[in-house]
Design a protein around this ligand. Structure first.
Ligand SMILES: Nc1nc2c(ncn2[C@@H]2O[C@H](COP(=O)(O)OP(=O)(O)OP(=O)(O)O)[C@@H](O)[C@H]2O)c(=O)[nH]1
Length: 365
């Protein structure tokens, strides 16, 4: 049984702040069994949806792209399609929708898509915006990325992740004070202690209860909705998102297994040569030592999280798929490094053995 309007939760937070981890935990709760999850991926090889542990038909993946442009139309279509599926009985029950944004998204256009759409607003109600903030990297991220500031300011719940990690509590008081200043009304929660009751049914989203900046951002998103906007990507016209000019996404694919030592070497070299430029790295690896279960690797800025093993491959594809999001990364260093460690032949480039004897053998660092 579906009751309209269906509550929509927007789950946001900067790259690697723990959105998928929280979502996986929440989706295990039987209360969320009739939940549709919409994921907006960044990078041309979709990985996120593989890492969300739910029966696959509940997960809808939006294409790669900036939410403010290409994907906004797709999000509206997806929500409209969900309503259609409910009304035609193709979905037996839909009690909630969770939209996980990419870590680089400004959430304002997502909210605006729902709140300002004349038809969608009948079928959906915005229940709340949950923003994850990484206790280790949160402060420096707020310093460097306006998107992270917007995500925090717009939240109904600010959820601090990774408090269980070494050193995470050292600067917690400053981080909390900063968040409080950005967003005086949202409760600040520890992700380890937050349950369904703390996160859902936040009440109708009310921009009036947010700071003046949030109202300005939402208003701007609405203006762009009504009048079109001049945001654009690599196709010639003006672009106003600093993330698109300085941030790049590299997708690395290798068919066939890779030894663990090679993967380790890849990350070590990247971190030692370009640690400052790394924003996010994630992917799945077919390990030479045990190709039957994929290794899931996550790096967030300079933190390399302990790799985990999935019990089985989530789809029929094997091999290694990595997505790296970097800031001001020079040239194609990443691609050349990856080719070298996977021993993919390239003219005038070292292979893994050459890199082992001279880690700086690749120009560009
Ligand atoms: N120790 C610890 N690790 C965490 C916590 N939350 C997330 N992680 C780890 O942080 C890494 C990134 O977590 P994700 O949940 O993939 O982050 P995300 O925000 O979905 O990442 P993007 O979608 O790329 O922006 C993974 O290795 C997680 O296991 C936490 O509270 N504690």
């Amino acid at each position: 049984m579906t009751r309209f309007p269906i509550p929509v939760t927007v789950l946001t937070g900067f790259l690697g702040s723990g959105k998928t981890t929280l979502l996986n935990r929440l989706l295990k709760d039987p209360e969320l069994k009739d939940t549709a999850v919409i994921i907006n991926e960044f990078g041309d090889v979709a990985i996120d949806h593989l890492l969300v542990e739910q029966a696959s038909d509940g997960i809808i993946e939006l294409s790669d792209g900036c939410l403010c442009c290409t994907v906004r139309g797709e999000l509206i279509d997806t929500l409209a399609e969900l309503v259609d599926r409910v009304q035609t009985g193709r979905i037996a029950a839909l009690s909630r929708v969770v939209i996980e944004t990419t870590g680089l998204a400004d959430p304002a256009p997502v909210l605006q898509s729902i709140m300002a759409h004349p038809v969608l607003v009948q079928a959906f109600r915005l229940d709340g915006v949950l923003t994850l903030v990484d206790a280790l990297n949160g402060a420096s991220t707020l310093d460097s990325h306006l998107e992270a500031v917007k995500q925090a300011a717009i939240a109904d719940r600010l959820i601090i992740s990774k408090l269980d990690m070494g050193g995470a509590r050292e600067n917690l008081a400053q981080l909390t004070a900063r968040l409080r200043q950005l967003n005086p009304s949202a409760p600040i929660l520890d992700v380890g202690k937050a349950g369904l009751g703390d996160l859902f049914d936040c009440g109708l989203y009310d921009p009036q209860s947010k700071s003046a900046d949030v109202r300005r951002w939402l208003g701007k998103a609405q203006d762009e909705d009504l009048h079109g906007h001049d945001c654009d990507h690599d196709d010639g016209h003006a672009h106003h998102h600093h993330h698109d000019s300085r941030i790049r996404t590299d997708t690395l694919i290798h068919d066939g297994p890779v030894p663990f030592t090679a993967i380790e070497m890849f990350f070590d070299l990247l971190r030692s040569t370009h640690g400052e430029n790394l924003l996010r790295m994630k992917g799945i690896v077919e390990l030479a030592e045990d190709p039957s279960r994929p290794l899931v690797v996550h790096g967030v800025q300079k933190t390399l999280h302990p790799p985990a093993r999935l019990p089985f491959w989530p789809d029929e594809k094997r091999g290694t798929r990595l997505v790296l999001i970097t800031l001001d990364m020079p040239g194609d260093y990443i691609k050349r490094l990856f080719a070298a460690i996977t021993n993919t032949p390239q003219i005038d480039m070292p292979d893994r053995a050459a890199l082992e004897s001279n880690p700086l053998a690749i120009p560009g660092q």
